[in-house]
Ligand binder design. Structure first.
Ligand code: ADP
Ligand code: AMP
Length: 215
């Protein structure tokens, strides 16, 4: 099962990727999580990426293509993977096709999670993340204990790029640089639209029906 979870910031890609990862035992590959881990560790990559991330801009394609290539070659991807936050530009999607052709693992489906802008803003402003990839929300998906991740017991944090200035830039960047991938994958007959406004379990049930045939 080789799946791309696609959609604007706040659509629910990470939330759904984590649920699919638990059900199908394949890794959630979130480029945002990989970049944030590098920022936290203070690696050269993290220092380079931080200035783009804080401003809500995309990190340059060459950096992302290198990250994703290395990650997809790791052993745990042999039975499938869930891409969350990659690709975000046409050059990233082209590079992905080349990498997957080489390892003979074509994409099975691109799940396009559709959510209107006002709801995205509401979700991002109340989001509390965990470094394990889980996302909570103060109203829509509160943790059982305040500030503690339900999945791993880690400490939840608010992302510096979930502040209002960075959010509005990220939504613009999505429209300009990432939304063209909708047509790109539609032409390849891979795109499957999902209504992302329903509650988390209803969205999951819908996505699960779409991906189950690729098990
Ligand atoms: P993305 O990975 O696409 O940026 P997340 O999965 O982090 O989005 O979700 C953004 C926020 O919205 C989180 O706080 C999450 O708990 C919440 N959320 C996700 N899916 C839903 C949903 N279907 N209904 C309500 N809130 C949701
Ligand atoms: P996310 O966690 O997916 O919302 O990503 C957070 C930030 O990391 C984005 O706003 C970008 O700055 C950067 N990022 C994550 N994935 C990519 C990508 N595929 N291409 C470029 N930048 C990315």
């Amino acid at each position: 099962m080789d799946i791309i979870l696609f959609g604007p910031p706040g659509a629910g890609k990470g939330t759904q990727a984590q649920k699919l990862s638990q059900k199908y035992r394949i890794p959630q590959i979130s480029t945002g999580d990989i970049l944030r881990a590098n920022v936290k560790e203070g690696t050269a990559l993290g220092l380079e990426a931080k200035k783009y991330m804080d401003a809500g801009e995309l990190v340059p394609d060459a950096v992302l293509i290198g990250i994703i290539k290395n990650r997809l070659l790791e052993a745990d991807c042999a039975n499938g993977f869930l891409l969350d936050g990659y690709p975000r530009t046409i050059p990233q999607a082209d590079a992905l096709t080349v990498i997957l052709d080489e390892i003979k693992k074509p994409i099975d489906a691109v799940i396009n999670i559709i959510v209107p802008t006002d709801i995205l803003i509401e979700r991002l402003s109340g989001r509390w993340m965990c470094s394990c990839g889980a996302s909570h929300h103060i109203v829509f998906n509160p943790p059982k204990s305040e500030g503690i991740c339900d999945t791993c017991g880690g400490t939840l944090f608010q992302r510096p790029d979930d502040t209002s200035d960075a959010v509005s830039n990220r939504l613009d960047v999505y429209q300009k640089q990432t939304a063209p991938l909708v047509d790109y994958y539609k032409k390849k007959n891979l795109l499957k639209d999902v209504d992302g406004t329903k509650d988390i379990d209803a969205v999951f049930a819908n996505i699960d029906t779409l991906v189950a045939p690729f098990k």
